[in-house]
Write a new protein. Structure first.
Length: 177
């Protein structure tokens, strides 16, 4: 209704998935609080962080969910995915097994989310060039195949972290506005 236009609010749920220790929690803490933790342990408690950005002069809020380490047991619950309209699927560019798991994470995502989900494939730890085992090309190709955006990031040195989240948020906004 037009009288409500000015009060229009956008709140998008975004989930971060991927194997254990790829840097999911640090990507979120870097984006939401500009913090990085070299010895981060899976902490239980914080379910999500809310971060705002402005698009077209409107405040758009992203509620970004982080697992509490359940992914180690492949036990991410359906509640985690419920209502998600965006997803960052993360692997570690220095560990091939985490890249091989991407397909399974996508299956799980598609099982739990029926709506169109804006998806970004994230190759994290781009600072570890010397032990890289997945090329940029490989990441790009997989993302293209799966209809995802693609970005290499480093939660450690901040490269592309903000950009990765904001591209997803902008894409969601585009589809709902
Ligand atoms: P999660 O299990 O996916 O949530 O991963 P964490 O965020 O807990 O990170 C796992 C480990 O990788 C920690 O020791 C982090 O310090 C480290 N880490 C996370 N992101 C990066 C990164 O971009 N570069 C490097 N070199 N290490 C990272
Ligand atoms: Mg974590």
């Amino acid at each position: 209704m037009s009288s409500d236009d000015e009060a229009e609010e956008y709140l998008f749920k975004i989930v971060i998935i991927g194997d254990s220790a790829v840097g999911k929690s640090n990507l979120l803490s870097r984006y939401a609080r500009n913090e990085f933790n070299m010895h981060s342990k899976a902490t239980i408690g914080v379910e999500f962080q809310t971060q705002s950005m402005e698009i077209d002069g409107k405040e758009v809020k992203a509620q970004i969910w982080d697992t509490a380490g359940q992914e180690r047991f492949r036990a991410v619950t359906s509640a985690y995915y419920r209502g998600a309209v965006g997803a960052l699927v993360v692997y570690d560019i220095s560990r091939r097994t985490t890249f091989d798991s991407v397909g399974r994470w996508l299956d799980e995502l598609r099982t739990h989310c029926d709506t169109t989900v804006a998806m970004m494939l994230v190759g994290n730890k781009s600072d570890l060039q010397n032990i890289r085992s997945i090329s940029v090309e490989e990441g790009k190709n997989l993302a293209e195949e799966q209809g995802m955006f693609f970005m290499e990031t480093s939660a450690l040195d901040s490269t592309n972290v903000k950009k990765a989240f904001e591209i997803v948020i902008q894409e969601i906004y585009k589809t709902v506005s």
